[in-house]
Design a protein around this ligand. Structure first.
Ligand code: NAD
Length: 420
């Protein structure tokens, strides 16, 4: 039987712990989230019927600071997935050196089947149910798959009503009008672009001669594609849950983005007036295309033992969390394919979330140039640290990023000492 997402993350933690001779007590602490909360979310549907959804909030590790992580709405969301994502968040915050631990939340639901009014009720009830464990100094949610700035505004409102005053710093990724940060919406995609360009530079490759396929055309995938085009790269293929488009000469990304952003819940393949030579492909075809860089930016477990041998890209940049399983990763590393791991590649989002949190606390908001400049500085520093460890230890970029992250969390834990 294939391993679960959380089991895959644990395998990587175990391998790194052995590699760095990590203290066995700290290893045990990293294998188990600090808190796991499962909640029932009853809402009255538009029809008057009551439906009950299940939601989760998991806090993995708070040794380095308050927990931080997104909230996902998806029919397949379950506790195992949320635990895996929370663990990756602790590691990601440590790689980026932002003063946060890791958390994640999710609600098992199909957002496309809910009206906006129902989604708002679901969000506010979920926020109320996880209120006992979240807070600006303890655990700060943010958007993830199928949630966005509007969702964060609803959470902020629900918590503010309970507290009796507006609490801006309870969530990040909020609308600008409600204390959001300039550059937050684009931050994860911008980070994917910065990491990709940096690796191309290290490998003496020219972005203008680089062909790219992007799986997933939501917040992360679409913005990564747009910004990589600005760097001169060619995006040959993109996809969403409905399937993909391929053009050997490159797709018209600005036109497709405008179309996708024009209506909520739009599907890439439905109604889009393709150029004559744009071909329709499946998500599986996209992963196996003969291109230079593959950016999986949809969901976990996309590249695994059954398809890793068929991947032709020389570089994989993990826009999504956990898109490559542990077995898939072993096959790709043996084939010497470079992988920029999720905990480095998609850390732009949490870095600007940190900036948003800081701006909210200070009630003083920065210009977009300042946000982007600070983001780039942090990401380049993290990239260099991971690159240096990978050279020194003759390790993959994933192994190096895990070594860096687990080392920092272990140090913080030692310095604090075990309570009581
Ligand atoms: P999103 O909801 O904005 O977009 C998800 C996209 O993936 C959509 O285009 C959807 O159609 C597509 N998709 C869903 N299932 C698919 C499938 N089986 N095959 C192909 N495409 C599929 O979500 P997002 O915020 O862009 O998140 C994408 C990934 O990036 C997730 O793994 C998320 O955890 C990770 N991530 C997001 C952020 C952020 O700031 N939003 C930060 C770090 C990591």
């Amino acid at each position: 039987m294939s391993k679960s997402f959380f089991e895959n993350v644990l395998e990587q933690i175990d391998a790194t712990a052995e590699n760095m001779s990590l203290d066995s007590g700290i290893h045990k602490m990293l294998r188990q989230p600090e808190r796991e909360l499962t909640v029932a979310i009853p809402i009255e549907k538009d029809t008057g019927e009551i439906e009950v959804y299940t939601g989760y909030r998991v806090q993995h590790n708070s040794a380095r600071g308050p927990c931080k992580g997104g909230i996902r709405y998806h029919p397949d969301t379950n506790l195992d997935e949320v635990k895996a994502l929370a663990t990756l968040m602790s590691l990601k915050c440590a790689v980026a050196n932002v003063p946060f631990g890791g958390a994640k939340g999710g609600v098992t639901c199909t957002p496309s089947k809910l009206s906006k009014k129902e989604l708002q009720k679901l969000t506010k009830r979920y926020a109320a149910m996880i209120l006992p464990i979240i807070g600006p100094r303890s655990d700060i949610p943010a958007p993830d798959v199928n949630t966005n700035a509007e969702t964060m505004g609803w959470i902020m409102d629900a918590i503010s009503m309970y507290k009796g005053s507006t609490v801006l710093d309870i969530v990040t990724g909020k609308p600008l009008e409600l204390g959001g940060s300039l550059g937050r919406r684009e931050a994860t995609g911008r980070g994917v672009m910065i990491n990709t360009v940096e690796l191309l530079k290290k490998l003496n490759k020219n972005p203008k001669e680089t062909s790219i396929a992007v799986q997933g055309f939501g917040n992360v995938g679409s913005i990564s594609a747009e910004l990589l085009v600005e760097q001169g790269c060619t995006i040959n293929a993109i996809s969403d849950v409905s399937g993909g488009l391929y053009n050997p000469d490159g797709l018209d990304i600005p036109k497709i983005t405008k179309y996708v952003n024009s209506k909520p819940q739009i599907s890439l393949l439905k109604d889009y007036n393709r150029k004559k030579d744009d071909e329709i492909i499946s998500n599986q075809d996209l992963l196996e295309l003969d291109i230079d860089v593959l950016v999986p930016a949809a969901l976990e477990n996309q590249i695994h033992s059954d398809n890793a041998d068929n991947i032709k890209a020389e570089i994989i940049v993990e826009g999504a969390n956990g898109p490559v399983t542990k077995k898939g990763d072993e096959i790709l590393s043996e084939r010497r394919i470079y992988i920029i791991p999720d905990i480095l590649a998609n850390s732009g989002g949490v870095v600007v979330s940190y900036f948003e949190w800081v701006q909210g606390i200070q009630s003083f908001f920065w210009g977009v140039d300042e946000v982007n400049k600070n983001l780039k500085n942090i990401l380049l520093k993290s990239f260099d640290e991971v690159w240096k460890i990978s050279k020194e230890e003759k390790a993959t970029l994933r192994d190096a990023a895990f070594l860096l992250a687990m080392g920092k969390i272990a140090k913080a834990t030692e310095l604090r000492g075990i309570f009581p």
